[in-house]
Ligand binder design. Structure first.
Ligand SMILES: [Zn+2]
Length: 254
């Protein structure tokens, strides 16, 4: 069996911080969730998912991450201690505890990892179109600042998600996203009366408006919907889609 596959953030690595985005190769989940499924309640067994998670963390040398119940809103939880699956509903996970990791689960939505490298404060953010319309990226930055983070020290990594090639949205969704940022409409393409949105670029705008330096933002421009052998995609596979995990770890000391 191949090792669990993942992309490591190059931006974070330059600062000796680990941030990873899992892919679907490796793991033991059977079709249609083959193989590194990390999402519960999809029909795959807990045993497979736990095994996949442990394998991924072992290979990436990461502590088991804190995870939440994601509901496309903007609530946040602050995580300490050993990583567990929380029952709390939250789309922003925060931590300032050394040697902990936090994660969000996606299959097309945008995962955003944030870390203040000076103060040791991290966030993992689940930004779908609903979260983007609610400006969840900026809310996450505010929550980090409330914990003592400063924007000049924050790095942001925007992971693989559905890109504008595949992310067709209806007019009501277009209106909601357009209101998310004054320049959002520059990242919505209209083609043959259909609208296609670039979620990553709109979240990048939101981060920049919150004071994050452009050189501190990394955008991994891979489409989860196009790349069927590498990623799970809800748009492509609907109820038969597994889930990726994006994880950021705070080191034991900075
Ligand atoms: Zn695509």
């Amino acid at each position: 069996m191949p090792s669990p596959s993942f992309i490591a953030s190059e931006l974070f690595a330059k600062h000796d911080i680990q941030g990873i985005f899992s892919e679907r190769q490796g793991g033991i989940s059977p079709s249609p969730w083959d193989g590194l499924n990390l999402g519960f309640d999809l029909g795959d067994s807990h045993q497979h998912i736990e095994n996949n998670l442990h394998q991924l963390c072992m290979h990436a040398q990461l502590p088991l991450p804190h995870r939440s119940k994601q509901v496309h809103d903007t609530h946040a939880i602050i995580c300490t201690g050993t990583g567990i699956q929380h029952t709390d509903e939250a789309d922003i996970l925060l931590s300032r505890t050394p040697a902990t990791s936090i994660a969000v689960r996606t299959a097309d939505c945008l995962p955003i990892l944030l870390v203040d490298t000076k103060h040791g404060i991290a966030a993992a953010v689940h930004a779908g179109w609903r979260g983007t319309a609610k400006n969840i990226a900026s809310i996450a930055i505010e929550r980090m600042q409330a914990m003592g983070a400063q924007t000049e020290h924050i790095l942001a990594s925007l992971g693989p998600c559905i890109q504008s090639c595949c992310f067709e949205i209806d007019m009501q969704t277009t209106d909601s996203i357009t209101q998310a940022h004054p320049l959002a409409k520059t990242h919505i393409k209209i083609s043959r009366e259909k609208a296609y949105v670039d979620l990553q670029s709109i979240n990048r705008l939101q981060l920049q408006s919150s004071g994050i330096s452009d050189k501190h933002i990394e955008q991994i421009k891979l489409c989860t919907c196009c790349l069927s052998t590498r990623f799970f995609s809800y748009r492509r596979d609907a109820m038969q889609s597994g889930r990726q995990l994006a994880i950021v770890a705070l080191p034991s000391k900075l």
